[in-house]
Design a protein around this ligand. Structure first.
Ligand code: BES
Ligand code: MN
Ligand code: ZN
Length: 498
């Protein structure tokens, strides 16, 4: 779907959308449309409960006197409170409304957003971005979809007082949206198509954007001593891979910001096997790694002036005659030993090796890991916030702000010694699970044991965020691409030369 920006012109066919804010419906634009249509707009408003609330859309078919086939009034909520993120949602909602309507062209009239404080170019760009994000669908395996269910909308033109400004802002946002789509593609793929090696192959595409892509295979991982990660992988016929993405848009000796992603391409639970119901969802247990690669792609595509290294720990967690057993003791890359009480608590075993290695090799000052780590996180926060755990208040505040600005929201969770003690065990340095209570926190405490002194670290448990069972303004149900915009925003605000 193509998005372009123009100063106002003439609508030829297609659909036309105009924006109104709550309780302020009689704008000049609306009044003039009402006059052109011989009062149809007022009549429609009267026969409807539309009042300009955020998310409301009023649609008129075949409006008299207008070139457009449809006219839509789109509510933005209270003018003074409208944010860039609200505008994205408005753009996404209009797209969703018309996607399969038969219309091929849509014009968004954003020339007069009265009382809205978002800059004109920015507002137009965000409307376009919202539509673009909502237009994603994963249909590569649908061979019999009726034509009537397929999207028809191909082009969106946004009218704005600042077309040049909108254009340049949108170019950057679209690069980030491409990163989100890259992630959604990976997260959507089933486990028979996406396994560690095929993930590594797909990562090669980033070399075209100037990213250095390196893959560590099983032999190298064994030589390096990734005993915890290899223990998870040993029941699978698929070889594990650690995919390293180095992007340097800063140059010099800037220490990199390191992102680490959990990439379990399918999580059966291993010998501690999961129940059958819903297990298909565990194809998206690589959503952390997916977010990391999508974010690096976004940064590279928009030529961000930063240095970032993304490391994705890719394994498949399977039960088999070669699988690890509950009670096995493994030696991690860091040298610390772990008693594997539950083979389904595998994500932390993968992450701990990749995190320790990343710190040895790249000497970062800042490291953020992303993982669909615990079901308990979904119990705590549902699907509204990712959980954040950190050893550093500044980093936590920066991530929190990036969450608010990007829409990928985070909520900070507590950590501390009393939780840490819960993973002690007599036979090794630690065990991989604590009691049922505070399951997300003990998982974070486990990871913290692999963070070096002086490294500001945050762990983002995104179990509730990478997949959505319902449609929203910015995505159709399925993979959300959560994390890409968050990391992009975090870098833009804190680690990018201006
Ligand atoms: N990948 C799961 C976490 C998960 C569960 C994500 C449901 C999304 C939805 C993780 O590997 C896991 O199995 N965690 C266990 C940990 C437990 C054994 C301590 C869990 O949450 O049940
Ligand atoms: Mn698991
Ligand atoms: Zn898992």
């Amino acid at each position: 779907m193509k998005v372009s920006f123009e100063t106002a012109g003439a609508v030829q066919g297609g659909a036309l959308a105009v924006f109104v804010t709550q309780g302020a419906l009689q704008t000049e634009t609306v009044q003039s449309l009402d006059a052109t249509t011989g009062g149809q707009v007022t009549r429609a408003l009267k026969s409807n409960r539309f009042n300009g609330e955020a998310g409301q859309v009023l649609e008129l078919l075949a409006p008299a006197g207008l070139e457009a086939n449809r006219l839509l009034l789109v509510g933005l909520g209270q003018a003074a409170k409208v944010t860039a993120s609200d505008l994205e949602k408005a753009g996404g909602s209009v797209y969703a409304r018309l996607a399969t309507s038969g219309e091929t062209a849509l014009t968004l009239n954003a020339t007069a957003l009265e009382g809205v404080s978002v800059d004109a170019g920015e507002a137009a760009a965000r409307l376009g971005l919202g539509a673009r994000l909502r237009s994603y669908r994963f249909d590569r395996y649908r061979t019999k979809e009726p034509a009537s269910k397929k999207p028809t909308l191909e082009a969106i033109t946004v009218w704005t007082g600042d077309a040049a400004g909108a254009e340049s802002r949108y170019a950057k946002l679209a690069a980030v949206a491409d990163g989100v789509f890259f992630t959604r593609d990976l997260v959507s793929e089933p486990g028979n198509a996406l396994y560690p090696k095929s993930f590594a192959e797909r990562a090669q595409a980033l070399t075209d954007l100037g990213v250095k892509v390196e893959v560590l295979g099983e032999t190298q991982l064994r030589e390096l001593g990734f005993g915890a990660l290899l223990g998870v992988s040993q029941g699978s016929a698929n070889e594990p891979q650690v995919v390293i993405l180095e992007y340097d848009g800063a140059g010099g000796d800037t220490p990199p910001v390191v992102f680490v992603g959990k990439g379990v391409t399918f999580d059966t639970g291993g010998i501690s096997i999961k129940p059958a119901a819903g297990m298909e969802g565990m194809k998206w247990d690589m959503g952390g790694a997916g977010a990391v690669i999508g974010a690096v792609r976004a940064l590279a595509a928009r030529k961000a002036k930063c240095r970032v290294v993304g490391l994705c720990g890719m394994v498949e967690n399977m039960p088999s005659g070669t699988a690890q057993r509950p009670g096995d003791v493994v030696k991690s890359y860091s040298g610390q030993t772990i008693e594997v009480i539950n083979t389904d608590a595998e994500g932390r075993l993968v992450l701990c090796d990749v995190m320790a290695y990343a710190q040895d090799r790249y000497k970062p000052k800042v490291m953020v890991d992303l993982a669909t780590l615990t079901g308990a996180m979904i119990i705590s926060l549902g699907h509204e916030y990712g959980g954040m755990f950190s050893n550093d208040d500044t980093l936590a505040a920066q991530l929190d702000a990036a969450g608010k600005a990007s829409g990928d929201k985070l909520w900070r969770m507590p950590m501390g010694d009393p939780y840490d003690k819960l993973i002690n065990t007599p036979i090794a340095d630690m065990k991989n699970v604590g009691p049922r209570e505070a399951g997300s926190i003990t998982a974070a405490q486990f990871l913290q044991r692999f963070v070096k002194e002086g490294v500001a670290w945050a762990h983002l448990d995104i179990a509730g965020m990478v997949w959505s069972d319902k449609d929203t303004a910015l995505w159709e149900k399925g993979a959300t691409g959560y994390g890409v915009r968050l990391l992009d925003q975090f870098i833009a605000d804190n680690h990018e030369a201006k």
